[in-house]
Design a protein around this ligand. Structure first.
Ligand SMILES: Cc1cc2nc3c(=O)[nH]c(=O)nc-3n(C[C@H](O)[C@H](O)[C@H](O)COP(=O)(O)O)c2cc1C
Length: 322
Protein backbone atom coordinates (compact mmCIF):
# COMPACT_ATOMS: atom_id res chain seq x y z
CA UNK A 1 0.00 0.00 0.00
CA UNK A 2 1.28 3.49 -0.81
CA UNK A 3 1.75 6.06 1.93
CA UNK A 4 -1.27 7.98 0.60
CA UNK A 5 -3.50 4.89 0.67
CA UNK A 6 -2.36 4.18 4.24
CA UNK A 7 -3.17 7.73 5.25
CA UNK A 8 -6.65 7.59 3.67
CA UNK A 9 -7.45 4.24 5.28
CA UNK A 10 -6.34 5.53 8.67
CA UNK A 11 -8.55 8.62 8.31
CA UNK A 12 -11.55 6.51 7.28
CA UNK A 13 -11.15 4.12 10.21
CA UNK A 14 -10.86 7.10 12.58
CA UNK A 15 -13.99 8.67 11.06
CA UNK A 16 -16.01 5.46 11.48
CA UNK A 17 -14.68 5.17 15.02
CA UNK A 18 -15.74 8.75 15.90
CA UNK A 19 -19.19 8.04 14.44
CA UNK A 20 -19.74 5.50 17.25
CA UNK A 21 -20.56 8.49 19.49
CA UNK A 22 -23.56 9.45 17.35
CA UNK A 23 -27.00 9.50 18.98
CA UNK A 24 -29.55 6.89 17.90
CA UNK A 25 -33.10 5.90 18.75
CA UNK A 26 -32.92 4.00 22.10
CA UNK A 27 -29.13 3.89 21.56
CA UNK A 28 -29.64 1.03 19.08
CA UNK A 29 -26.62 2.16 17.01
CA UNK A 30 -28.16 0.60 13.91
CA UNK A 31 -25.15 1.17 11.63
CA UNK A 32 -22.16 -0.69 10.24
CA UNK A 33 -19.18 0.68 8.35
CA UNK A 34 -17.06 -0.96 5.68
CA UNK A 35 -13.67 0.58 4.91
CA UNK A 36 -12.63 -0.17 1.33
CA UNK A 37 -9.73 1.16 -0.71
CA UNK A 38 -10.32 4.93 -0.79
CA UNK A 39 -13.86 4.93 0.56
CA UNK A 40 -16.08 4.35 3.56
CA UNK A 41 -19.49 2.72 3.20
CA UNK A 42 -22.37 3.05 5.65
CA UNK A 43 -24.99 0.30 6.03
CA UNK A 44 -28.11 0.07 8.19
CA UNK A 45 -28.31 -2.99 10.47
CA UNK A 46 -31.79 -4.48 10.49
CA UNK A 47 -31.09 -6.62 13.62
CA UNK A 48 -30.85 -3.36 15.55
CA UNK A 49 -34.00 -1.84 14.05
CA UNK A 50 -36.97 -1.38 16.40
CA UNK A 51 -39.39 -3.58 14.45
CA UNK A 52 -42.44 -2.69 16.56
CA UNK A 53 -41.78 0.97 17.25
CA UNK A 54 -40.13 1.81 13.94
CA UNK A 55 -41.45 -0.63 11.30
CA UNK A 56 -40.87 1.89 8.50
CA UNK A 57 -37.21 2.34 9.50
CA UNK A 58 -37.50 6.13 9.61
CA UNK A 59 -35.85 6.32 13.05
CA UNK A 60 -33.16 3.90 11.87
CA UNK A 61 -32.41 6.20 8.92
CA UNK A 62 -32.31 9.30 11.12
CA UNK A 63 -29.92 7.46 13.43
CA UNK A 64 -27.68 6.35 10.55
CA UNK A 65 -27.74 9.95 9.32
CA UNK A 66 -26.36 11.20 12.64
CA UNK A 67 -23.52 8.67 12.33
CA UNK A 68 -22.88 9.79 8.74
CA UNK A 69 -22.59 13.41 9.88
CA UNK A 70 -20.32 12.47 12.80
CA UNK A 71 -17.96 10.67 10.37
CA UNK A 72 -17.83 13.77 8.18
CA UNK A 73 -17.09 16.02 11.17
CA UNK A 74 -14.16 13.73 12.04
CA UNK A 75 -12.78 13.84 8.48
CA UNK A 76 -13.04 17.63 8.28
CA UNK A 77 -11.28 17.92 11.66
CA UNK A 78 -8.37 16.01 10.07
CA UNK A 79 -8.40 18.41 7.10
CA UNK A 80 -9.93 15.98 4.59
CA UNK A 81 -12.05 17.46 1.84
CA UNK A 82 -14.43 14.69 0.84
CA UNK A 83 -17.47 13.83 -1.24
CA UNK A 84 -20.55 11.99 0.02
CA UNK A 85 -22.88 9.94 -2.14
CA UNK A 86 -26.20 8.77 -0.73
CA UNK A 87 -27.65 5.90 -2.77
CA UNK A 88 -29.81 5.33 0.36
CA UNK A 89 -29.98 1.61 -0.45
CA UNK A 90 -27.17 -0.85 0.15
CA UNK A 91 -24.98 1.02 1.11
CA UNK A 92 -26.90 3.96 2.52
CA UNK A 93 -23.97 6.26 1.83
CA UNK A 94 -20.36 6.36 0.67
CA UNK A 95 -17.73 8.86 1.77
CA UNK A 96 -14.66 9.38 -0.41
CA UNK A 97 -11.80 11.58 0.85
CA UNK A 98 -10.41 13.84 -1.91
CA UNK A 99 -7.43 15.86 -0.70
CA UNK A 100 -6.18 17.49 2.45
CA UNK A 101 -6.48 21.17 3.21
CA UNK A 102 -5.68 23.47 6.14
CA UNK A 103 -7.57 22.59 9.31
CA UNK A 104 -9.99 25.29 10.47
CA UNK A 105 -10.23 25.84 14.27
CA UNK A 106 -14.02 25.62 13.88
CA UNK A 107 -13.63 22.05 12.59
CA UNK A 108 -11.63 21.10 15.67
CA UNK A 109 -14.33 22.59 17.93
CA UNK A 110 -17.07 20.67 16.14
CA UNK A 111 -15.08 17.46 16.57
CA UNK A 112 -14.69 18.10 20.31
CA UNK A 113 -18.49 18.36 20.57
CA UNK A 114 -18.87 14.71 19.49
CA UNK A 115 -17.51 13.74 22.91
CA UNK A 116 -19.43 16.34 24.90
CA UNK A 117 -22.94 15.96 23.38
CA UNK A 118 -25.49 13.96 25.40
CA UNK A 119 -29.21 13.44 25.53
CA UNK A 120 -30.08 15.41 28.61
CA UNK A 121 -33.49 14.61 30.09
CA UNK A 122 -33.11 16.87 33.14
CA UNK A 123 -35.54 19.77 33.37
CA UNK A 124 -34.46 23.07 31.86
CA UNK A 125 -33.98 26.33 33.75
CA UNK A 126 -36.10 29.50 33.56
CA UNK A 127 -33.49 31.14 31.30
CA UNK A 128 -34.81 30.93 27.77
CA UNK A 129 -32.48 30.25 24.85
CA UNK A 130 -31.62 33.71 23.41
CA UNK A 131 -33.26 34.64 20.08
CA UNK A 132 -29.87 35.12 18.49
CA UNK A 133 -28.86 31.56 19.41
CA UNK A 134 -32.16 30.24 18.03
CA UNK A 135 -31.48 32.13 14.80
CA UNK A 136 -28.07 30.48 14.58
CA UNK A 137 -29.59 27.00 15.12
CA UNK A 138 -32.23 27.63 12.43
CA UNK A 139 -29.40 28.52 10.05
CA UNK A 140 -27.40 25.39 10.93
CA UNK A 141 -30.45 23.24 10.04
CA UNK A 142 -30.86 25.12 6.74
CA UNK A 143 -27.15 24.74 5.93
CA UNK A 144 -27.67 20.98 6.24
CA UNK A 145 -30.65 20.80 3.91
CA UNK A 146 -33.37 20.79 6.59
CA UNK A 147 -35.57 23.34 8.35
CA UNK A 148 -36.23 24.11 11.99
CA UNK A 149 -39.71 25.46 12.70
CA UNK A 150 -39.84 27.15 16.11
CA UNK A 151 -43.30 26.66 17.66
CA UNK A 152 -45.40 29.49 19.04
CA UNK A 153 -47.30 29.12 22.34
CA UNK A 154 -50.44 27.66 20.74
CA UNK A 155 -48.40 25.17 18.75
CA UNK A 156 -46.56 24.08 21.91
CA UNK A 157 -49.95 23.12 23.38
CA UNK A 158 -50.77 21.29 20.15
CA UNK A 159 -47.43 19.46 20.36
CA UNK A 160 -48.13 18.54 24.01
CA UNK A 161 -51.43 16.95 22.93
CA UNK A 162 -49.73 15.06 20.08
CA UNK A 163 -46.98 13.79 22.40
CA UNK A 164 -49.62 12.66 24.89
CA UNK A 165 -51.61 10.88 22.17
CA UNK A 166 -48.56 9.09 20.74
CA UNK A 167 -47.40 8.08 24.23
CA UNK A 168 -50.81 6.58 25.00
CA UNK A 169 -50.84 4.71 21.69
CA UNK A 170 -47.41 3.27 22.41
CA UNK A 171 -48.27 2.42 26.04
CA UNK A 172 -51.25 0.39 24.90
CA UNK A 173 -49.18 -1.69 22.47
CA UNK A 174 -47.96 -4.73 24.36
CA UNK A 175 -45.42 -5.84 21.74
CA UNK A 176 -43.97 -2.38 21.51
CA UNK A 177 -43.66 -2.22 25.31
CA UNK A 178 -41.86 -5.57 25.36
CA UNK A 179 -39.47 -4.38 22.66
CA UNK A 180 -38.75 -1.15 24.54
CA UNK A 181 -38.05 -3.06 27.75
CA UNK A 182 -35.28 -4.95 25.90
CA UNK A 183 -33.49 -1.70 25.06
CA UNK A 184 -34.16 0.56 28.02
CA UNK A 185 -33.42 0.65 31.74
CA UNK A 186 -31.67 -1.34 34.42
CA UNK A 187 -27.96 -1.96 34.82
CA UNK A 188 -27.37 -3.02 31.29
CA UNK A 189 -24.23 -4.96 30.52
CA UNK A 190 -24.76 -4.78 26.78
CA UNK A 191 -23.12 -1.98 24.85
CA UNK A 192 -26.42 -0.75 23.45
CA UNK A 193 -29.63 0.68 24.88
CA UNK A 194 -30.38 3.36 27.47
CA UNK A 195 -29.10 2.67 30.99
CA UNK A 196 -31.08 3.76 34.07
CA UNK A 197 -28.36 6.35 34.79
CA UNK A 198 -29.48 8.36 31.71
CA UNK A 199 -33.16 8.40 32.72
CA UNK A 200 -34.73 10.77 35.26
CA UNK A 201 -35.69 9.38 38.68
CA UNK A 202 -39.20 10.57 37.88
CA UNK A 203 -40.58 11.83 34.59
CA UNK A 204 -40.68 15.61 35.20
CA UNK A 205 -44.08 17.36 35.19
CA UNK A 206 -43.92 19.52 32.11
CA UNK A 207 -46.30 20.99 29.51
CA UNK A 208 -44.82 18.79 26.80
CA UNK A 209 -44.09 15.41 28.39
CA UNK A 210 -40.76 13.69 27.92
CA UNK A 211 -40.97 10.15 26.60
CA UNK A 212 -42.08 7.81 29.36
CA UNK A 213 -39.79 4.80 29.10
CA UNK A 214 -41.89 2.89 31.67
CA UNK A 215 -38.91 2.24 33.91
CA UNK A 216 -37.44 4.29 36.70
CA UNK A 217 -34.08 5.93 36.22
CA UNK A 218 -31.47 7.17 38.64
CA UNK A 219 -30.73 10.60 37.16
CA UNK A 220 -31.65 13.52 39.49
CA UNK A 221 -33.64 15.61 37.00
CA UNK A 222 -34.30 18.78 39.00
CA UNK A 223 -37.62 20.29 39.92
CA UNK A 224 -37.89 22.80 37.07
CA UNK A 225 -40.68 22.97 34.53
CA UNK A 226 -40.46 23.62 30.79
CA UNK A 227 -42.02 27.13 30.83
CA UNK A 228 -38.88 28.68 29.37
CA UNK A 229 -38.08 25.86 26.95
CA UNK A 230 -38.32 26.36 23.21
CA UNK A 231 -39.94 23.64 21.15
CA UNK A 232 -39.28 23.21 17.47
CA UNK A 233 -39.88 20.73 14.66
CA UNK A 234 -36.99 19.66 12.46
CA UNK A 235 -38.32 18.85 9.02
CA UNK A 236 -37.43 18.32 5.39
CA UNK A 237 -39.13 18.54 2.04
CA UNK A 238 -39.25 14.85 1.13
CA UNK A 239 -40.28 11.51 2.64
CA UNK A 240 -37.86 9.15 0.85
CA UNK A 241 -35.09 7.16 2.53
CA UNK A 242 -32.48 9.69 1.40
CA UNK A 243 -34.52 12.52 2.97
CA UNK A 244 -34.54 10.76 6.35
CA UNK A 245 -30.83 10.02 6.11
CA UNK A 246 -30.16 13.70 5.38
CA UNK A 247 -32.56 14.59 8.21
CA UNK A 248 -30.30 12.62 10.56
CA UNK A 249 -27.27 14.52 9.30
CA UNK A 250 -29.10 17.81 9.99
CA UNK A 251 -30.13 16.57 13.46
CA UNK A 252 -26.50 15.79 14.28
CA UNK A 253 -25.31 19.19 13.01
CA UNK A 254 -28.05 20.96 14.98
CA UNK A 255 -27.31 19.01 18.16
CA UNK A 256 -23.56 19.64 17.99
CA UNK A 257 -24.18 23.36 17.33
CA UNK A 258 -26.58 23.51 20.30
CA UNK A 259 -24.02 21.75 22.51
CA UNK A 260 -21.40 24.29 21.49
CA UNK A 261 -23.79 27.09 22.56
CA UNK A 262 -24.49 25.34 25.93
CA UNK A 263 -28.06 24.65 24.80
CA UNK A 264 -29.53 21.27 25.66
CA UNK A 265 -31.44 19.48 22.92
CA UNK A 266 -33.90 16.73 23.75
CA UNK A 267 -35.38 14.84 20.79
CA UNK A 268 -39.08 13.96 20.99
CA UNK A 269 -39.69 11.47 18.23
CA UNK A 270 -42.81 9.74 19.65
CA UNK A 271 -45.32 11.83 17.67
CA UNK A 272 -43.47 11.14 14.41
CA UNK A 273 -43.52 7.38 15.03
CA UNK A 274 -47.36 7.24 14.98
CA UNK A 275 -49.05 8.07 11.64
CA UNK A 276 -51.92 10.15 13.10
CA UNK A 277 -49.69 12.39 15.22
CA UNK A 278 -47.12 12.61 12.42
CA UNK A 279 -49.98 14.12 10.43
CA UNK A 280 -50.67 16.61 13.27
CA UNK A 281 -47.05 17.74 13.12
CA UNK A 282 -47.31 18.08 9.34
CA UNK A 283 -50.30 20.34 9.92
CA UNK A 284 -48.16 22.59 12.15
CA UNK A 285 -45.89 23.06 9.14
CA UNK A 286 -48.96 23.96 7.05
CA UNK A 287 -48.37 20.79 5.06
CA UNK A 288 -45.18 22.24 3.55
CA UNK A 289 -42.80 19.60 4.86
CA UNK A 290 -42.21 16.21 6.46
CA UNK A 291 -41.41 16.35 10.19
CA UNK A 292 -38.33 14.34 11.24
CA UNK A 293 -38.84 14.92 14.95
CA UNK A 294 -39.67 17.55 17.54
CA UNK A 295 -36.95 18.93 19.80
CA UNK A 296 -36.92 20.69 23.14
CA UNK A 297 -34.25 23.37 23.44
CA UNK A 298 -33.31 24.89 26.77
CA UNK A 299 -30.59 25.91 29.15
CA UNK A 300 -29.54 23.66 32.01
CA UNK A 301 -28.71 24.26 35.62
CA UNK A 302 -24.91 23.82 35.87
CA UNK A 303 -25.40 22.79 39.50
CA UNK A 304 -26.88 19.49 38.31
CA UNK A 305 -24.32 16.98 37.16
CA UNK A 306 -24.57 15.94 33.52
CA UNK A 307 -25.86 12.46 32.75
CA UNK A 308 -23.10 9.89 32.29
CA UNK A 309 -22.19 8.75 28.81
CA UNK A 310 -24.33 5.99 27.35
CA UNK A 311 -22.44 2.87 26.21
CA UNK A 312 -21.31 2.18 22.66
CA UNK A 313 -20.54 -0.98 20.71
CA UNK A 314 -16.81 -1.63 20.34
CA UNK A 315 -15.23 -0.55 17.04
CA UNK A 316 -14.61 -4.17 16.02
CA UNK A 317 -18.34 -4.82 16.00
CA UNK A 318 -19.32 -1.91 13.75
CA UNK A 319 -16.28 -1.38 11.51
CA UNK A 320 -15.02 -3.87 8.93
CA UNK A 321 -11.77 -3.15 7.11
CA UNK A 322 -11.47 -4.85 3.72
C1 LIG B 1 -33.79 9.64 15.85
C2 LIG B 1 -33.69 9.78 17.34
C3 LIG B 1 -34.86 9.82 18.11
C4 LIG B 1 -34.78 9.95 19.50
N1 LIG B 1 -35.95 10.06 20.23
C5 LIG B 1 -35.87 10.25 21.56
C6 LIG B 1 -37.08 10.46 22.33
O1 LIG B 1 -38.19 10.51 21.80
N2 LIG B 1 -36.95 10.63 23.67
C7 LIG B 1 -35.72 10.61 24.30
O2 LIG B 1 -35.69 10.77 25.51
N3 LIG B 1 -34.57 10.42 23.59
C8 LIG B 1 -34.62 10.25 22.25
N4 LIG B 1 -33.46 10.09 21.52
C9 LIG B 1 -32.15 10.09 22.20
C10 LIG B 1 -31.54 8.68 22.30
O3 LIG B 1 -32.21 7.92 23.26
C11 LIG B 1 -30.03 8.83 22.61
O4 LIG B 1 -29.41 9.45 21.52
C12 LIG B 1 -29.34 7.52 22.90
O5 LIG B 1 -29.87 6.92 24.03
C13 LIG B 1 -27.82 7.72 23.09
O6 LIG B 1 -27.56 8.59 24.17
P1 LIG B 1 -26.75 9.94 23.98
O7 LIG B 1 -27.52 10.80 23.00
O8 LIG B 1 -26.68 10.57 25.34
O9 LIG B 1 -25.40 9.61 23.42
C14 LIG B 1 -33.51 9.99 20.13
C15 LIG B 1 -32.35 9.95 19.35
C16 LIG B 1 -32.43 9.85 17.96
C17 LIG B 1 -31.17 9.87 17.14
Amino acid sequence: MSEHTDEVTRALVQAADAARFAPSIHNTQPWRWVVRAGRLELFGVSERQLREQDPSGRMLLLSCGTALHHAQVALVAEGWRHEVKRPAGDPLATIRPLEREAIHPEATRHFQMLQVRRTDRRTVTDDAVPQETLGHLVKVAEDHGAHLHVLDRDQVIELAAAVDQSQRAQDSDERLRAEQAKWVGGDRDENTGIPASALPEEVPLTTVAERDFQTSGTLPAGSGHDHAATYAVLYGTGDDAVDWLRGGEALSALWLAATEQAVSLLPLSGPVEIPSTRQTLRGMLSGTGYPFLAVRLGTLDPAHSAPPKTPRLPAGQVIEIL
